[in-house]
Design a protein around this ligand. Structure first.
Ligand code: UD1
Ligand code: CA
Length: 452
């Protein structure tokens, strides 16, 4: 039986923000969402979130986690005081309590599982996650005997010079045998430099308190300011890139690429410089994306090629070519083997397989069949000032350069649209439509109007 408590009551003064610290974004998700994700695989019995500073904002933010129980800590009198708030909620609870810092988002589920396993195997009263930091400033220092049994935890500010030389730090991530912790919690006193109730003080009264090192010291790092937020983002980026390179993805100039950890990439895909993959994006096997692309919440099919383009909330099927300088957005769907070229914007439009939209076009709220050839400068006039309307274009139709479709309008299949047409009425299959003034030639015009 395991319950978890996530400490999230603090303001995060050093962030200099109106947003509570745990709501800051790191690679597409908030700090607290990341902390929840790190413990979710453990099959927790209860999930407590200790809230205080702007409690309602944190609570609203976590509406999608029905399991979360919010416990208010009205005054933030320290981490020990925060956990004291659980006493009425866990009366008679006999299991273990995992305590996580809401500001430590780099923790991996495997690390927590290992902490819990060792805690239970050794029947400890407390097990805490430690790491050896090259720069331990700001962290509590953990002192152990030769067998990782903890003898003392001293906060950085309470350390003497000799104690500061110890680089083994407290990650603020613990596993407690709850009945043992519940017994000593009420006895904490704020007898330290900050006059706070330190959770770490329980280590001095509990028995069998063990320290376990995290495999990677980055995992325990807390976020207290914007600089640490940026450093954590870089750590996360490196992890994500290493994972995809190990899975057979080529990253050219990885330092200039960013990939959210929610993205999926197929083997043999090539991600070129200055490319950013965000949200629920999926890149198919063997696709080539970049240089210079931003792909958000979109699906790029196998073997597709995207160059200097922006794609959001859309799909591009296998083997299609996009760019340079295309913008595909708003649930657009590009079929297989299409060619979307320079300065083409496509919004909420379905494009069938094998279409060519090679230059300078805007297609909004349209449905194209297969093998449609869209001439340079083709525009859908989809908005009448109040509503958006649909343009439908059948298989194999060719639109002339600079044609405008005033929606709602349907063109059949095999239609030919003359260049410069403004099409306002439906066109049947196989027809030629010319919808522009006829060219007139008035000879010798210049002779009639000599210069003044
Ligand atoms: C704490 C640990 C320190 C450890 C470090 C790791 C204590 C006394 N110290 O220090 O040993 O190295 O974490 O990051 O525990 N919070 C509340 N209520 C409060 C105070 C804090 O919910 O009354 C929350 C904060 O919002 C934050 C977390 O607890 O998410 C940690 O608090 P913080 O003040 O950052 O603790 P540290 O000084 O970093
Ligand atoms: Ca902290």
């Amino acid at each position: 039986m395991v319950a978890v408590a996530i400490l999230a009551a603090g303001k995060g003064t050093r962030m200099k923000s109106s947003l509570p610290k745990v709501l800051h974004n790191l690679g597409g998700r908030s700090l607290i969402e990341r902390v929840i994700a790190s413990c979710e695989p453990l099959q927790l019995e209860r999930v407590f979130v200790i809230v205080g500073y702007r409690a309602e904002a944190v609570q609203n933010h976590l509406q999608t986690y029905p399991q979360a129980e919010f416990v208010e800590q009205r005054e933030q009198l320290g981490t020990g005081h925060a956990i004291q708030q659980l006493l009425p909620h866990l009366e008679n609870y006999q299991g273990d309590l995992l305590v996580l810092n809401g500001d430590a988002p780099l923790l991996r589920p495997e690390t927590l599982a290992n902490l819990l396993k060792l805690h239970q195997e050794h029947q400890n009263q407390a097990t805490l996650l430690t790491a050896h930091l090259p720069e331990p400033k700001g962290y509590g220092r953990v002192f152990c005997d030769g067998q990782n049994w903890v003898t003392q935890i001293v906060e950085d500010r309470d350390c003497n010079t000799a104690q500061r030389q110890n680089h083994r730090v407290n990650g603020g991530i613990y596993c407690f045998h709850w009945p043992s912790l519940a017994e000593v919690l009420p006895r904490l006193t704020p007898s330290n430099d900050q006059q706070e109730y330190y959770l770490t003080d329980v280590a001095h009264v509990l028995e069998r308190v063990m320290a376990v090192d995290a495999a990677d010291f980055q995992e325990i790092k807390g976020i207290n300011d914007r600089q640490q937020l940026a450093t954590a983002a870089a750590v996360l980026q490196n992890r994500t890139k290493e994972k995809w390179m190990a899975a057979g993805v080529t990253l050219i100039d990885p330092a200039s690429v960013t990939i959210d950890d929610t993205v999926e990439i197929g083997a043999d895909a090539i991600i070129e410089p200055q490319t950013h993959l965000r949200g629920k994006t999926v890149i198919g096997a063997g696709a080539r994306v970049g240089p210079g692309c931003l792909i958000e919440d979109s699906h790029i099919g196998a073997g597709a090629r995207v160059l200097y383009s922006v794609i959001s909330d859309s799909a591009v099927q296998a083997q299609s070519r996009v760019g340079p300088y295309s913008h595909i957005r708003g649930q657009a769907e590009i079929g297989e083997n299409c060619r979307i070229g320079n300065f083409v914007e496509i919004k909420k439009t379905q494009v069938g397989a094998g279409c060519n939209i090679a230059h300078l076009s805007y297609l909004g709220d349209a449905r194209l069949g297969e093998r449609v050839n869209v001439g340079a400068g083709t525009i859908t006039a989809n908005y009448d000032g109040q509503n958006k309307h649909l343009t439908q274009i059948g298989d194999g139709t060719k639109t002339g350069a600079n044609s405008v479709f005033v929606a709602p309008v349907n063109l059949g299949s095999g239609v030919t649209v003359a260049a410069g047409s403004v099409v306002t009425h439906n066109v049947p299959d196989g027809a030629l439509v010319i919808a522009r003034p006829r060219q007139r030639i008035i000879e010798n015009w210049s002779l009639k109007t000599p210069p003044a």
